[in-house]
Design a protein around this ligand. Structure first.
Ligand SMILES: Nc1ncnc2c1ncn2[C@@H]1O[C@H](COP(=O)(O)OP(=O)(O)OP(=O)(O)O)[C@@H](O)[C@H]1O
Ligand SMILES: [Mg+2]
Length: 315
């Protein structure tokens, strides 16, 4: 078990606002990986709205995360078939992951069990919000994926989500390396040091100490947020993803990778209503091709290539 667990890639799909397509895309990317022959597990960790089974036309599985927390059943025992070969589902439960009653020890136990699941890929659908458990689960992942739609409220929520994740990560680094006092003192003196943002603060700390620079290089080297822009309806929308990436890089100093746009297609809603897994029943939709491309980009850590003429403003 330990050996196969070492090769498991954990994905978390989050992004602040509700209804941006996180569950649709987690289930579609998981289907895509499973159809390529990868052993894949989908974990529904949505706040009060566990609904991934709907994307496979399943009735709600009998076992859920509640059995893990309340009946102490191993996560491995909660796997349900999805009807897609190589793809299994662990369903969530009302308030399960977000509940204030989930204590630190239970959270750590959940993370241990997730890491020990036997699979090539585990995709965690996080739902909306910036609850601490949501942020910590996001940070647990090797592939941190955010989904937004090109609307101002969704974009703002996504930016807040990324910022909250980054703060949480930094806080953990400061604590682990005993830097909290230094950070607080530097922040109090920020006017003297001409520090106006978090990005300035980190630059200041890095330039003042080789040890701190090394710590940041080591701890942040794998920190890449993968951005998907869903429900795209125009060329202008496609560019929104690229602009968002630049905002995160410029204002937070974070590595955000735009892995691609997904078109708006009414067939998505129709498929859910018809209880058919989208990736199996909709081979003609552009969304199928786009999901494959986005999944591949995330697997290989490759950005989406925005067409040159779009960047030039020619289309
Ligand atoms: N590319 C798309 N084209 C058309 N409709 C879409 C697309 N992506 C998602 N939808 C629709 O948007 C709705 C919301 O999708 P989904 O449930 O995946 O969002 P969510 O982010 O998981 O929401 P929540 O935060 O509430 O869990 C669904 O009804 C789905 O059919
Ligand atoms: Mg959802």
């Amino acid at each position: 078990m330990a050996d196969s667990a070492q090769h498991t890639t954990i994905w978390a799909v989050g992004g602040g606002k509700g209804g941006t397509g996180k569950s649709f895309l987690s289930s579609s990317m998981a289907s895509c990986l499973a159809l390529q022959g990868k052993r894949t597990i989908l974990l529904d960790a949505d706040l009060g709205g566990a609904n991934l089974h709907n994307f496979f036309g399943l009735i709600r599985p009998r076992c859920s995360l509640t059995d893990f927390f309340e009946k102490k059943r191993p996560l491995q025992d909660l796997l349900a078939h999805t009807g897609v070969a190589n793809l299994q589902l662990i369903t969530g439960s009302l308030g399960s992951l977000e509940s204030e009653s989930i204590n630190y020890a239970q959270k750590q136990k959940l993370f241990r069990h997730i890491r020990a699941l036997e699979a090539d890929h585990i995709l965690i659908d996080l739902g909306g919000g910036t609850h601490l458990t949501t942020l910590d689960t996001f940070l647990l992942a090797d592939k941190m994926v955010v989904v937004t739609v090109p609307e101002i409220t969704a974009i703002e929520n996504m930016y807040q989500f990324i910022k909250s994740v980054y703060y949480r990560k930094l806080k953990a680094i400061f604590k682990a390396y005993d830097l909290t006092g230094l950070v607080q003192d530097t922040w109090k003196e920020r006017a003297t040091h001409n520090i106006r943002s978090l990005k300035d603060l980190i630059s200041h700390l890095r330039s003042g100490s080789g040890r701190i620079a090394d710590i940041f290089d080591r701890e942040m080297s794998g920190f890449v947020v993968q951005l998907i822009l869903n429900e795209v309806r125009s060329s202008k929308d496609i560019l929104t993803g690229e602009n968002l990436k630049h905002v995160c890089v410029n204002f937070l100093g974070l590595r955000v990778q735009y892995v691609g746009p997904i078109s708006y297609d009414p067939a998505v809603q129709k498929n859910i209503n018809d209880k058919q897994p989208f990736m199996l029943f909709n081979r003609l939709s552009p969304v199928v091709k786009e999901v494959r491309q986005v999944t591949d980009n995330i697997v290989h850590d490759t950005p989406f290539n925005v067409p040159e003429d779009l960047l030039d403003g020619r289309i």
